[in-house]
Design a protein around this ligand. Structure first.
Ligand SMILES: Cc1cc2nc3c(=O)[nH]c(=O)nc-3n(C[C@H](O)[C@H](O)[C@H](O)COP(=O)(O)OP(=O)(O)OC[C@H]3O[C@@H](n4cnc5c(N)ncnc54)[C@H](O)[C@@H]3O)c2cc1C
Ligand SMILES: *[C@@H]1O[C@H](CO)[C@@H](O)[C@H](O)[C@H]1NC(C)=O
Ligand SMILES: *[C@@H]1O[C@H](CO)[C@@H](O)[C@H](O)[C@H]1NC(C)=O
Ligand SMILES: *[C@@H]1O[C@H](CO)[C@@H](O)[C@H](O)[C@H]1NC(C)=O
Ligand SMILES: *[C@@H]1O[C@H](CO)[C@@H](O)[C@H](O)[C@H]1NC(C)=O
Ligand SMILES: *[C@@H]1O[C@H](CO)[C@@H](O)[C@H](O)[C@H]1NC(C)=O
Ligand SMILES: *[C@@H]1O[C@H](CO)[C@@H](O)[C@H](O)[C@H]1NC(C)=O
Ligand SMILES: *[C@@H]1O[C@H](CO)[C@@H](O)[C@H](O)[C@H]1NC(C)=O
Ligand SMILES: *[C@@H]1O[C@H](CO)[C@@H](O)[C@H](O)[C@H]1NC(C)=O
Length: 464
């Protein structure tokens, strides 16, 4: 077969010239110590603190705003702010220092005083179920594995209880009464009873249980986006919003990374000594980074759920309530409902505005989720209003996708050393990783973990 030589040459040239600064206008070449990818909880923390430590950074975020899972809303009529995404932060030293540095006033988190109503959301019926809250045995078991709180450094072999599906853990330790509470607190986890116990321990961990005894803080103005507004002000033009990496060259010889980034004002070239990645490390998200075989193998193993948050108005529901989804069956389901469905429909700090958290084992469109929520709210209207025969659809004020959420791998893959292989990627090809998939879904823990990477990143900059 005759090969059209000119086109091979052409593509060869294009591939190398996209990383050649001479192909760009001077102002489109960004030379920094570190390029941070993803401006949610951990990426923003990393960028702000590298800058604080005197390193130059650029932060690349695909959305038009920083904050990731944080969703804040300010009611135009009352100027009241509320958070319908990430709500609270574990008040450990790392969190305390970060908020001091950003000058974010905080208050102790306390549980709201809404009345909880359990209802079968597929029917609307209120259920008289009793949800156990005695965590004594759960905590006893959790405390056997202190490394889970701060790392994925599992012993080899992995303790067998950690790899039990949670349903079997529940049976083994007679935690039937507690199962519903654990499910509810591990928000956004689909197929809950099949989740591995180690993952349940990650979601409902010491940081979570500490919150119940006053260990968590909230932003005093209930506007968590304020954290990211302060971060954005500090980072200024070092943040590229609505931007994604389209192509990358990561050297294996310590000469740094080159990234082609698509931005609203055209393509730019980033040349950085080190790369800090905080985005969900799924293959489709990571494909532009020219993954090594090892990275591709690891990043193809994840399973995850879909999670959506929204604010609704004109709900036809009484003020002062949290409606919680459950099923009547206790014997086999421990009252835990089947998903996709809303977890809860809860009044926010603004009377009449409710927030809904909705989980699904598969990705759904906004229209599908809103239609399902609308049906549930109308069923709840019937029950809440004395079997009223007229119902109306709520209006949707805000809608955000948190998908992909809670990346996990199977028991076999964990036993095969998945997490130590993941950890071994740190520093390879000038690339560092942080974010929930690498550690935990607690912001405080992620900040602590990210903080512990910074000295290593800085020493890699200095030795390059
Ligand atoms: C509804 C909800 C409530 C929660 N409540 C709490 C809570 O109260 N307290 C708590 O500690 N934790 C809470 N969490 C857990 C949450 O997972 C963590 O707190 C934390 O946000 C995870 O941080 P992260 O940096 O891994 O991810 P994120 O904060 O999601 O940041 C990832 C960022 O990367 C960006 N991104 C994705 N792909 C790309 C790409 N290809 N290129 C560029 N950018 C990209 C995203 O837009 C996002 O900004 C909650 C989560 C949800 C969904
Ligand atoms: C948070 O923790 C710090 C110590 O790390 C403490 O000084 C502060 O009072 C705590 N804040 C709240 C609101 O509990
Ligand atoms: C609890 O309810 C009272 C009214 O009964 C209200 O004034 C107060 O603000 C509420 N507290 C919280 C934390 O919502
Ligand atoms: C709810 O159940 C409890 C026992 O679990 C019972 O004491 C109570 O009377 C029930 N309430 C209603 C309204 O049925
Ligand atoms: C991508 O990685 C491979 C090795 O894994 C390397 O041969 C190739 O040159 C890299 N491409 C770029 C654009 O860096
Ligand atoms: C290091 O690798 C880059 C590309 O990955 C290459 O352009 C450069 O020539 C290499 N430098 C040395 C010293 O080998
Ligand atoms: C909610 O609905 C009420 C009544 O229709 C309206 O007055 C209010 O402005 C709405 N609020 C929002 C945030 O849409
Ligand atoms: C609503 O209907 C159910 C049965 O359909 C009945 O048990 C319940 O008492 C009714 N509630 C009211 C307030 O009428
Ligand atoms: C993270 O938390 C651990 C445990 O509390 C602590 O020892 C460590 O100093 C913290 N790391 C950072 C960087 O703050």
């Amino acid at each position: 077969m005759r090969v059209p030589t000119y086109s091979i040459l052409y593509f060869g040239l294009a591939a190398s010239s996209q990383f050649d600064p001479r192909s760009y206008a001077t102002e489109d070449v960004i030379v920094r110590d570190v390029a941070v990818i993803g401006g949610g909880s951990s990426g923003t923390y990393g960028a702000v603190n590298l800058q604080r430590l005197g390193k130059s950074v650029v932060l690349v975020e695909k959305e038009a705003y920083l904050g990731g899972h944080v969703n804040s809303y300010t009611d135009p009529a009352t100027r009241t702010s509320l958070d319908y995404g990430v709500q609270t932060f574990w008040n450990i030293t790392t969190t305390h220092d970060y908020f001091e540095y950003l000058d974010i006033p905080v208050s102790v988190w306390t549980v709201d005083n809404l009345t909880n109503v359990y209802a079968d959301f597929t029917r609307g019926d209120a259920l008289n179920i009793s949800v156990g809250e005695d965590y004594t045995v759960y905590v006893e078991q959790l405390n056997k594995y202190p490394y889970i709180e701060w790392s994925w450094d599992l012993p080899n072999p992995v303790p067998s209880d950690l790899l039990l599906p949670f349903s079997e853990f529940v049976e083994k330790y007679s935690q039937q009464d507690l199962a519903y509470s654990v499910y509810f607190n591990a928000q956004g986890t689909t197929n809950f009873l099949n989740q591995l116990t180690v993952n349940v321990f990650k979601y409902v961990d010491g940081s979570f249980l500490d919150a119940l005894s006053g260990g968590d803080v909230v932003t005093s103005d209930h506007n968590n986006w304020g954290i990211f507004a302060k971060a954005l002000a500090l980072l200024g033009s070092d943040v590229l919003l609505s931007s994604t990496v389209v192509s990358a060259q990561r050297s294996t010889n310590g000469t740094g990374v080159s990234l082609v980034v698509q931005t609203p004002t055209g393509n730019k070239l980033i040349q950085a000594s080190q790369l800090l990645i905080s985005i969900p490390p799924l293959l489709e998200n990571m494909q532009p980074f020219n993954l090594s075989t090892e990275e591709s193998d690891l990043f193809s193993q994840w399973d995850y759920g879909a999670y959506y948050t929204m604010l609704i108005n004109n709900t036809g529901l009484p003020a002062g309530y949290r409606f919680i989804n459950a099923v009547a069956d206790f014997t086999t389901d421990f009252n835990i409902p089947t998903l996709p469905a809303p977890y809860q429909v809860t009044e926010s700090r603004v009377t009449g505005l409710f927030y809904v958290w909705y989980a699904s084992p598969y990705v759904q469109t906004q229209a599908e989720v809103e239609a399902a929520v609308s049906e549930v709210v109308q069923r709840l209207q019937v029950t809440a209003n004395g079997n009223s025969t007229t119902t109306h659809a709520p209006t949707f004020v805000e809608f955000r996708s948190h998908t992909p959420f809670k990346l996990v791998v199977s028991a076999d893959v964990i036993e095969d050393g998945f997490y130590s292989k993941l950890e071994a990627l740190q520093g390879q090809q000038n690339t560092w990783y942080t974010g929930a998939a690498f550690l935990s879904h607690s912001s405080g823990i992620l900040w602590n973990f990210t903080a512990s990477l910074l000295p290593e990143i800085i020493s890699a900059i200095e030795s390059s």
